[in-house]
Design a protein around this ligand. Structure first.
Ligand code: ADP
Ligand code: MG
Length: 252
């Protein structure tokens, strides 16, 4: 197993503070599932500790962009780097927590919430046994998303919103430096959405890099610091306070 990634981060800091690689670095990235490009000429740089929301119409390439920056898809042209290394070669799973779009809609796995969240510790322990400290992290993550009462419930017996919260807890249990969340609040009730954004705000305050796809523009401007508006290419990238829907749409 690899050593604790936080040691590596400390090393990098002492080596060169001013040249610290950004968390995400996309340069002139284009990609299409067929010969038609879905995203074109995307250049984005995201530094450690930023809180960024990606917005744009359905089918505008938001989920594709996330998969490119995570190295789950390979650019046709251009380069994608994650923590300073080629994203497709990146293998330090403990540094990244990813909640895919509609994570909560999977009904196949008849496993409990605690078993789902336990998987968040796998990058740290391999498939070996979790220590008591690992289990405390698991239970804290479950508590954080308000799912303690359902910890031993099979996820097939939960609502979509509750399942979504279990997958968010799994990402939290990984104690990653970067959280990537693709429309995480779809199907989650209003009260839990508020709690979820409170949680993201506190994670951001702790220095975690948060990258979020969100269709609720009010939540975006209230919580995220920076907005990237996508429609195949980038129509807006700047402080969320300066983002207005009409400004972006006028250019789209
Ligand atoms: P968004 O997340 O903004 O809704 P996506 O990145 O999911 O957009 O999709 C962008 C475009 O790529 C859409 O036209 C979609 O139909 C297409 N697309 C997405 N995933 C696939 C796939 N696995 N195979 C083929 N086409 C896809
Ligand atoms: Mg999407």
């Amino acid at each position: 197993m690899r050593s604790d990634h936080r040691d590596d981060a400390d090393e990098a800091t002492t080596e060169s503070n001013e040249n610290r690689p950004s968390v995400v670095e996309l340069a002139d990235v284009s990609f299409g599932y067929t010969s038609t490009p879905v995203v074109e000429d995307i250049s984005v740089s995201i530094d450690a500790g930023e809180y960024v929301a990606v917005v744009g119409p359905n089918g505008s390439g938001k989920s594709t962009l996330m998969q490119l920056l995570l190295g789950l898809l390979e650019p046709d042209t251009g380069t994608a780097e994650l923590f300073g290394v080629d994203a497709t070669a990146f293998d330090d799973g403990a540094r990244v927590g990813y909640v895919a779009q509609r994570a909560g809609t999977s009904r196949e796995m008849p496993i409990t919430v605690r078993e789902v969240v336990k998987m968040g510790r796998f990058p740290h322990v391999g498939f070996g046994r979790l220590s008591a400290a690992d289990w405390r992290i698991v239970d804290r993550a479950i508590d954080t998303v308000g799912m303690s009462a359902f910890a031993d419930r099979r996820i097939t017996q939960l609502s979509g919103g509750q399942r979504q919260r279990a997958f968010i807890a799994r990402a939290l249990a990984g104690e990653a430096d970067l959280l990537v969340l693709d429309e995480p609040t779809v199907g989650v009730d209003t009260e839990s959405v508020d709690a979820f954004y409170g949680l993201l705000d506190s994670l951001h305050a702790e220095g975690i890099t948060v990258l979020l796809i969100e269709h609720d523009l009010q939540a975006v401007t209230e919580h995220a610091e920076r907005v990237i508006c996508l429609n195949g290419e980038i129509y807006f990238d700047g402080p969320s306070a300066e983002f207005t829907d009409s400004a972006a749409l006028a250019r789209a």
